[in-house]
Design a protein around this ligand. Sequence first.
Ligand SMILES: *[C@@H]1O[C@H](CO)[C@@H](O)[C@H](O)[C@H]1NC(C)=O
Ligand SMILES: *[C@@H]1O[C@H](CO)[C@@H](O)[C@H](O)[C@H]1NC(C)=O
Ligand SMILES: *[C@@H]1O[C@H](CO)[C@@H](O)[C@H](O)[C@H]1NC(C)=O
Ligand SMILES: *[C@@H]1O[C@H](CO)[C@@H](O)[C@H](O)[C@H]1NC(C)=O
Ligand SMILES: *[C@@H]1O[C@H](CO)[C@@H](O)[C@H](O)[C@H]1NC(C)=O
Ligand SMILES: *[C@@H]1O[C@H](CO)[C@@H](O)[C@H](O)[C@H]1NC(C)=O
Ligand SMILES: *[C@@H]1O[C@H](CO)[C@@H](O)[C@H](O)[C@H]1NC(C)=O
Ligand SMILES: *[C@@H]1O[C@H](CO)[C@@H](O)[C@H](O)[C@H]1NC(C)=O
Ligand SMILES: *[C@@H]1O[C@H](CO)[C@@H](O)[C@H](O)[C@H]1NC(C)=O
Ligand SMILES: *[C@@H]1O[C@H](CO)[C@@H](O)[C@H](O)[C@H]1NC(C)=O
Ligand SMILES: *[C@@H]1O[C@H](CO)[C@@H](O)[C@H](O)[C@H]1NC(C)=O
Ligand SMILES: *[C@@H]1O[C@H](CO)[C@@H](O)[C@H](O)[C@H]1NC(C)=O
Length: 571
Amino acid sequence: MRFSIQVALAVTLLNTADASSLYRRNRFNSASNNTADTSHLKTWWHATGEVNTGTPVQDGNVRQSHLYSVQVASSISHNLSTFYDSFAYESIPGNGMGTDNASGVGTTMAWSSFLYGSDATVKISRSDNWSIGNYTIRPTNLNLNSTTYGGDVYISIPYNPRGYRFSVEFGDDLQTISGPEEKSPWNSLLIFASPMEDPSIIPSSSSSSSLVVQEGLISGLDSTQASAVIFKPGVYYCTGYSHMKLSSSVNWVYFAPGAYVKGAVEFSNTGSEVKATGHGVLSGEQYVWYADPDSNYTTGSDNNGLRMWSGQTGSSQQTFTLNGPTVNTPPFNSMDWNGDLTLMTTVATDYKQVGSFYAQTDGLEFYPGSQARDIFYHVNDDTIKTYYSNINIDGVVVWKYATAPVVQFGWASRELSNITINDVSVIHQSYDNAGDNPGLIGSDNAYTASTTGISSNHSTANVSNTMQDITWSNFRAEGPSACLFRICALENLRNVTISNAWIEKFASSDLNTTESLLPVFYDSITGAQVNVSNFVIDNFVVGSTKVTADNAGSVGQIDVDSAYASAVRYQ
Ligand SMILES: *[C@@H]1O[C@H](CO)[C@@H](O)[C@H](O)[C@H]1NC(C)=O
Ligand SMILES: *[C@@H]1O[C@H](CO)[C@@H](O)[C@H](O)[C@H]1NC(C)=O
Ligand SMILES: *[C@@H]1O[C@H](CO)[C@@H](O)[C@H](O)[C@H]1NC(C)=O
Ligand SMILES: *[C@@H]1O[C@H](CO)[C@@H](O)[C@H](O)[C@H]1NC(C)=O
Ligand SMILES: *[C@@H]1O[C@H](CO)[C@@H](O)[C@H](O)[C@H]1NC(C)=O
Ligand SMILES: *[C@@H]1O[C@H](CO)[C@@H](O)[C@H](O)[C@H]1NC(C)=O
Ligand SMILES: *[C@@H]1O[C@H](CO)[C@@H](O)[C@H](O)[C@H]1NC(C)=O
Ligand SMILES: *[C@@H]1O[C@H](CO)[C@@H](O)[C@H](O)[C@H]1NC(C)=O
Ligand SMILES: *[C@@H]1O[C@H](CO)[C@@H](O)[C@H](O)[C@H]1NC(C)=O
Ligand SMILES: *[C@@H]1O[C@H](CO)[C@@H](O)[C@H](O)[C@H]1NC(C)=O
Ligand SMILES: *[C@@H]1O[C@H](CO)[C@@H](O)[C@H](O)[C@H]1NC(C)=O
Ligand SMILES: *[C@@H]1O[C@H](CO)[C@@H](O)[C@H](O)[C@H]1NC(C)=O
């Protein structure tokens, strides 16, 4: 009774600005297990949750948030008085195995996921005595309605077939990292609301061509003749000295909501499509940084670190379809295929990457013709990688550590066209020097140039190549930011548009990260100057000031080489 009155009040408060409340109370209950499973709301729980912020958890356990508990109510199948438990996972830097080349030491990252088919309310409780003051939901432009009541935060999540991916950040739990003003949570909490799973992403577990994996130690996937491998709710693990080398018959891996799989996936099937679907978790937590399978998963150094997703092209086109999973703690680049990569394409939807504290934890590979939407990246290197043509990416939330730009198209001279990246919200970034190759949009110098930063050898381009017909639109950076772009033009640039970019404010200029640069580059053989034409900066706003040709240097911190100045147009 008390509960439903309280919640009715809280829900009423959700539509008001009033958060004047409230009590200080501890109603945290880590042992609860009251989940929803209807056509409007699905939540899940792990009976083997282990609260442990210091060491690896037991193989059969799942690290559970030491601080947060999350519950969800649906507006339809249940009324808003009935909240269901939604497991709050947790990731810690280096998984407590050592923090070499890990960022974020001393922090934790929690997340909770659920599926919904109608408006829902998320309730977040903290196990400490939170002195209610303030909290921020990022990206801030989601404008989610929320309130506090009785020591808990209630957030209203309207139904959206594309779901929501956001961070809830408490004002009394912020640390300052690298850049003098950058503030991010000590104990972060991400919420992932996804639409109910379409039947097309769920393989039949009764089919003779499906293998339902037994809980516990994973084995036999390299010899199965099944085409679909199914992880039902439960906990599975490979150990830190093995990963899932799938037999050539397997073209589909399904991670049910509530499946927690410690391992990494390697396809050997070379058919037209391989798939990884479902809203379970694939966790690299048992691997050390840069685990090299060729040296018994010890830290390597020759770009052979274990990818969470890998495969091999054959002699014909292959699509890698990714829909739903959350990847935790990748030990290295999250994805790479081998073979003729022009035969590959990636189609990614509703994909989340968390716990990327290690260095070199890149985002996905977008091979020619790739399409991606609704992605959350916690990431510590090249993030949105566009090394190929005909790519369309829409809706990415990025939490960035210090290395490499958010959009990366450099490292080598490339022939590229028809790339559109729309709606990118960077909620944190922590670049602290020019050698980080900072920025929202960037092209790093040739890998062979061997020095970091933009001031190295500028005779590394190939003017036989051109990048053209590129649109980067609706980019936003919350908090102190590095530059809008820093481009080593390793090919000619033609018809490139940055449209509707917003930087809340720049980080300190002492860090040498804030200046947008487009220096002159030359062909490595002929010495010919790289050509730049029709480079449009359309509606770039810093704070509330629009950047124009007149204030590009002072407000936009844009410094284009004089050789290219006339090619850059502000509108
Ligand atoms: C929830 O509790 C029931 C009864 O104790 C148990 O059978 C079930 O396995 C639990 N489910 C989870 C996901 O923990
Ligand atoms: C809402 O759910 C609560 C708890 O299950 C129940 O007591 C109440 O009668 C329900 N209200 C409505 C309007 O259905
Ligand atoms: C950390 O990474 C750097 C750069 O990749 C490397 O030089 C260094 O050896 C690494 N440290 C450890 C302890 O592996
Ligand atoms: C929270 O406050 C209560 C009442 O003052 C106290 O008993 C409890 O130990 C406190 N808990 C924490 C985690 O500080
Ligand atoms: C927030 O509440 C207002 C007032 O009820 C409503 O108009 C708006 O759509 C809500 N926004 C979201 C994102 O739910
Ligand atoms: C938010 O709350 C914290 C802790 O109570 C306080 O230090 C900080 O000043 C508050 N920030 C704002 C913007 O109110
Ligand atoms: C890999 O290393 C682990 C841990 O030291 C050891 O138990 C295992 O036998 C090794 N495997 C191989 C194939 O050497
Ligand atoms: C541009 O790329 C998109 C996304 O892959 C594709 O749908 C479209 O057909 C491409 N356009 C051309 C002209 O190739
Ligand atoms: C420059 O690019 C062209 C076209 O892609 C290629 O044929 C040539 O080998 C490249 N030159 C160098 C030096 O890499
Ligand atoms: C410039 O590129 C855009 C896509 O970014 C394309 O729609 C447009 O047609 C191109 N314009 C010219 C003149 O090629
Ligand atoms: C920024 O550049 C200046 C001048 O080159 C240099 O003295 C300073 O150390 C740099 N700061 C950082 C954080 O790299
Ligand atoms: C710059 O790079 C080019 C191409 O790799 C190379 O030929 C040249 O020697 C380099 N210049 C310097 C100063 O290192």
